[in-house]
Design a protein around this ligand. Structure first.
Ligand SMILES: *[C@@H]1O[C@H](CO)[C@@H](O)[C@H](O)[C@H]1NC(C)=O
Ligand SMILES: *[C@@H]1O[C@H](CO)[C@@H](O)[C@H](O)[C@H]1NC(C)=O
Ligand SMILES: *[C@@H]1O[C@H](CO)[C@@H](O)[C@H](O)[C@H]1NC(C)=O
Ligand SMILES: *[C@@H]1O[C@H](CO)[C@@H](O)[C@H](O)[C@H]1NC(C)=O
Ligand SMILES: *[C@@H]1O[C@H](CO)[C@@H](O)[C@H](O)[C@H]1NC(C)=O
Ligand SMILES: *[C@@H]1O[C@H](CO)[C@@H](O)[C@H](O)[C@H]1NC(C)=O
Ligand SMILES: *[C@@H]1O[C@H](CO)[C@@H](O)[C@H](O)[C@H]1NC(C)=O
Ligand SMILES: *[C@@H]1O[C@H](CO)[C@@H](O)[C@H](O)[C@H]1NC(C)=O
Length: 571
């Protein structure tokens, strides 16, 4: 929890740029620590009282279908993307109203720099080849203005100070932003290269701004920098913890510091049930139940980060073991905001100390014992042991019946992997956050004329051209999210739109990408496949960030999502 608050409320504290008088600056050092402490407190209170709506009971109309379960049935074999905590944080527009605009930048910087600007100009020799001093406030000001002018479809919330780039006329600068038409609650971080030219009369200008994440030198905030105050300008940001996509991820496994703290702990562990290798909706619905029970009992959840990916998402067509929770979800957020421990680590510690410290185990068979009956249990470990008969061995059955109203699923603890969301952000940024999108579902449904009589014809290129002409302007960037493997099928659309597909962005997960390098580290140095779940996840999230979103069902065809005669009033 500390980690996150620290970078939400960085050491410069939260202040409006217009307050940046010299006296105030001097006071900030002292204020810093108290602000920090206050920030941590505030964050704690918000985290403790914040309850996003439960997706099952408040299905949101816009985003694709979520979970379909009735109390004892299994989940449909559904390849749609799971909704997670951040999807339920309403992007309350008033909370985001205070982005930085040109006036803020103009007001803040000259005040803070004073005479420096004059001396810099006075000393300019008029030699265009002279290196650019990126730390010069005048340059900082210039870069901020250039960024605000160039990127019209995003709002800026913070600028980090500029640093030297990779050559004499290059500066790198980082910022935090949100797309203006954002329907999601996250912040994004970008850092880019700026090429700066000096003319003979000493005027500076930005000649070129590099692509997404091209300014690596500005990426990391220096830790424990002396003096602490970074020359950053910041707008007021909502106090809620929000994902920051593009910030470095630290999702190393939590460690138990000492024997004492391990042996004093109380733990809850579920043995593998029939949920293993089921689809991701099912996995999460079950995992959230276990986490909910652990929180209800004030126990640390001993979790298995090793997950089995259902065959519906694998290229091999069979269930694949050995996937890591961190490929799909934000483990850093989870470990910072809840008490969890990896199973491997737990058993190592248990073996070391259970005899010596007399640690005891309370075994429960399956779901028949409710969490309410376990409140008084004093044993170190409660282990729920699940049998082999489906569906009685599904974890989520623990949360059914009378438990439903007592144990809440803590949705706010689960966010999507920020590494995947960074790919989404890179794609959207390459399209300048100014694109429309259409989701075209074909695959098996298109070939099943019995259940979907019109889908195939309604998603043919000819039909699409005619349906889309009323909905989209000609010449727009159009992102096509689809399960049609042969994208050349959509070639006729190129006459009217600039079409883009997920596979146009393969370099974001290829062997030289950051995603590849980082996931390989999580996998003991072995490469990780960009699997079907990741693909559909990124595809859907890029779709959801488009300005206009056109869905298959309802928008393109009158067929029902789940087959003939399954349309409901709401979907
Ligand atoms: C559970 O499912 C079975 C088989 O589908 C059905 O016979 C039974 O009535 C269901 N039980 C409940 C409580 O819905
Ligand atoms: C934003 O949240 C505040 C307080 O929770 C509420 O009063 C306001 O109506 C919300 N605004 C919007 C646009 O949802
Ligand atoms: C910038 O924001 C301030 C208030 O935060 C407002 O008074 C000013 O008009 C805005 N300037 C521009 C150029 O939008
Ligand atoms: C500019 O020149 C003055 C003397 O004329 C000197 O004191 C100052 O340090 C110089 N500034 C820079 C940035 O070189
Ligand atoms: C300096 O030169 C640039 C072109 O090289 C010109 O656009 C600018 O107006 C000049 N500025 C002044 C103050 O003369
Ligand atoms: C990641 O966080 C852990 C604490 O959770 C810390 O011990 C470790 O040094 C961090 N690693 C990096 C690379 O910052
Ligand atoms: C968990 O802790 C809270 C607050 O410390 C307490 O109110 C609650 O009764 C505890 N629950 C259990 C099951 O021990
Ligand atoms: C991966 O993408 C990078 C960046 O576009 C490119 O330079 C490189 O050739 C690609 N590598 C492979 C193996 O495709």
């Amino acid at each position: 929890m500390l980690g996150r608050s620290q970078h939400l409320l960085s050491r410069d504290g939260t202040f409006r740029p217009e307050n940046l008088g010299p006296k105030v600056l001097a006071m900030i050092g002292n204020l810093c620590f108290s602000l920090f402490v206050f920030g941590v407190l505030l964050f704690t209170i918000i985290a403790a009282t914040y309850k996003p709506e439960d997706p099952l009971f408040h299905p949101s109309a816009k985003i694709n279908s979520f979970l379909t379960s009735d109390t004892n049935a299994t989940f449909k074999s559904d390849t749609t993307v799971v909704k997670t905590g951040e999807d339920f944080m309403a992007p309350n527009q008033t909370a985001f109203a205070t982005f930085l605009n040109m006036t803020d930048v103009d007001n803040a910087v000259p005040e803070a720099i004073g005479e420096m600007e004059a001396s810099e100009v006075a000393n300019c020799t008029g030699n265009p080849d002279e290196p650019i001093d990126c730390t010069d406030p005048e340059v900082f000001h210039l870069l901020m203005k250039a960024a605000i002018e160039k990127f019209k479809d995003i709002h800026f919330y913070r600028f980090g100070k500029a640093v030297r780039g990779n050559y004499d006329h290059s500066c790198h600068m980082a910022w935090r932003f949100r797309p203006i038409e954002g329907k999601t609650a996250a912040f994004y971080k970008d850092y880019r290269n700026f090429e700066v030219a000096r003319s003979e009369n000493c005027t500076l200008s930005v000649v070129r701004i590099g692509g997404y994440h091209s300014g690596g030198n500005a990426r990391k905030k220096k830790k424990h920098q002396k003096g602490g105050i970074e020359k950053m300008i910041k707008a007021q940001e909502p106090a809620n913890a929000l994902p920051v996509v593009g910030e470095a991820v630290n999702d190393s496994l939590p460690v138990v510091e000492s024997e004492g703290s391990f042996s004093r702990g109380k733990y809850l562990l579920y043995t593998p049930g029939g949920d293993r290798c089921k689809n991701m909706n099912h996995y999460l619905w079950s995992f959230m139940c276990a986490l909910g029970e652990a929180q209800y009992l004030n126990r640390t959840l001993v979790m298995d980060l090793n997950i089995c990916l259902s065959k519906i998402y694998t290229s091999s067509g069979v269930d694949e073991e050995g996937k890591d929770f961190r490929y799909y979800f934000d483990f850093e957020h989870l470990k910072d905001s809840a008490s969890v421990l990896d199973k491997g680590q737990f058993w190592d510690d248990w073996k070391k100390w259970h005899k010596k410290d007399g640690l005891s185990l309370h075994l429960v068979e399956g779901f028949k014992t409710t969490p309410m009956k376990l409140v008084g249990v004093k044993d170190t470990l409660i282990m729920r042991k699940f049998g082999s008969v489906e569906p009685d061995n599904y974890w989520y059955r623990v949360c059914e019946g009378e438990t439903e109203s007592v144990v809440q699923r803590p949705w706010h603890l689960i966010w999507k992997s920020r590494r995947l969301m960074d790919i989404v952000s890179a794609i959207s940024s390459r399209l300048n956050w100014d694109y429309d999108s259409v989701h075209i579902e074909r695959g098996e449904k298109a070939s099943n004329k019995k259940l979907w009589p019109n889908l195939d014809a309604d998603t043919s290129p000819e039909a699409l051209l005619s349906t889309l002409q009323d909905k989209l302007e000609d010449g727009r960037n159009l992102y096509i999210a689809t399960n049609e493997p042969d994208t050349s099928f959509f070639d006729p659309l190129k006459d009217k739109y600039a079409t883009h597909f997920l596979d146009d962005y393969k370099d974001l997960w290829n062997e030289t990408s950051e995603w590849y390098e980082e996931t390989m580290k999580l996998n003991n140095g072995n490469p990780v496949e960009f699997d079907g779940y990741m693909r559909v996840s990124v595809d859907t999230e890029v779709f959801l960030r488009a300005k206009k979103q056109i869905e298959t069902f309802n928008d393109l065809t009158k067929d029902c999502k789940d087959g003939i005669n399954t349309c409901t009033a709401s979907s």
